[in-house]
Design a protein around this ligand. Structure first.
Ligand SMILES: C[S@@+](CC[C@H](N)C(=O)[O-])C[C@H]1O[C@@H](n2cnc3c(N)ncnc32)[C@H](O)[C@@H]1O
Length: 263
């Protein structure tokens, strides 16, 4: 077994072979999408991409505890295939989450502009952690809520008062990409990774689907966003990436260095 709270420079298959079965509470997986934006994201065919994807999924499933949860990022098109595979493997479907990226959209004139990514949320069984209280989000209508805080709103004969921590979190998530969050004078900086996930989005997943001291796995960890989220939220993590450059940056990040800041 590998050591906890460490990021390994390793191929995902070799890494998963070294993880104990039934040991992982939460897997947060942001794998290649086959969008051909980098060598690591390029496959000869859609079939090759799916063969690779299903192979790591099949290795990962036994590593999850019976109470474990699994989140997988991808395009909506690829996610449709991945969803069917997870159902065939008898995992329990919970949500098809839409990440509305809000910015950085490429233009498209023969179809609607792609502005979302999918996050599939599955669990291994119907007995799993879901901390809905810890991921409440602000209500949409400030005026209505301000009024309701004082007098309440009459609903089916009962007075309803808004929850001071906000409303329950839905399936459409609005997070700006790291690239756009770190804009300087309107210019997007060169990022240390092609596709880093927003830290606040990964923290939402970690808060919802794990508890303090739980064990979280990410076998395509890039520059370590899942590890940083776990460190901030007092979860244990283990991860790998096959790029030594990304693993080095992830380790810098874990030492609290702001790698997005321009010198
Ligand atoms: C979408 S990125 C993950 C980004 C990450 N979520 C972050 O926020 O930095 C996918 C990562 O998978 C890595 N990768 C691709 N193929 C791999 C493989 N066979 N084994 C391990 N890592 C791999 C790439 O180097 C890349 O960093």
């Amino acid at each position: 077994m590998l050591k906890e709270n460490k990021i390994y420079r390793m191929d995902c298959f070799e890494f998963l072979d070294k993880i104990d079965n039934n040991s992982i509470d939460l897997a947060v997986i942001d794998p290649p999408y086959n969008l051909k934006k980098a060598d690591w994201d390029t496959f000869n065919s859609h079939k090759d991409f799916l063969d690779f994807t299903f192979k790591w999924i099949d290795k990962l499933i036994p590593k999850l505890k019976k109470t474990g949860s699994l989140y997988i990022f991808n395009t909506p098109f690829n996610s449709a295939h991945i969803l069917q595979h997870l159902i065939d493997k008898r995992l329990v479907f919970q949500n098809w989450i839409v990440w509305d990226k809000r910015d950085g959209l490429a233009s498209a004139k023969r179809k609607y502009v792609n502005g979302q990514e999918t996050i599939l949320f599955f669990t291994k069984s119907r007995d799993y952690t879901f901390n809905f209280e810890s991921i409440r989000i602000p209500y949409d209508s400030e005026n209505r809520i301000a009024h309701a805080k004082v007098k309440g709103i009459l609903k089916r004969g009962k007075r309803w008062f808004p929850n001071p921590k906000g409303k329950l979190c839905g399936e459409i998530w609005h997070f700006s990409s790291e690239r756009h969050k770190n804009k300087i004078n309107g210019k997007t900086p060169k990022m240390p990774h092609l596709t880093p996930k927003p830290l606040d989005m990964i923290e939402r997943i970690v808060k919802a689907s794990s508890n303090k001291n739980d064990f979280v796995l990410d076998c395509f960890i890039g520059i370590g966003t899942t590890a940083v989220a776990c460190k901030n939220l007092h979860r244990n993590f283990i991860g790998c990436d096959n790029s030594s450059e990304y693993v080095a940056i992830a380790n810098e990040r874990l030492k609290n260095r702001n790698i997005f800041k321009q010198d």
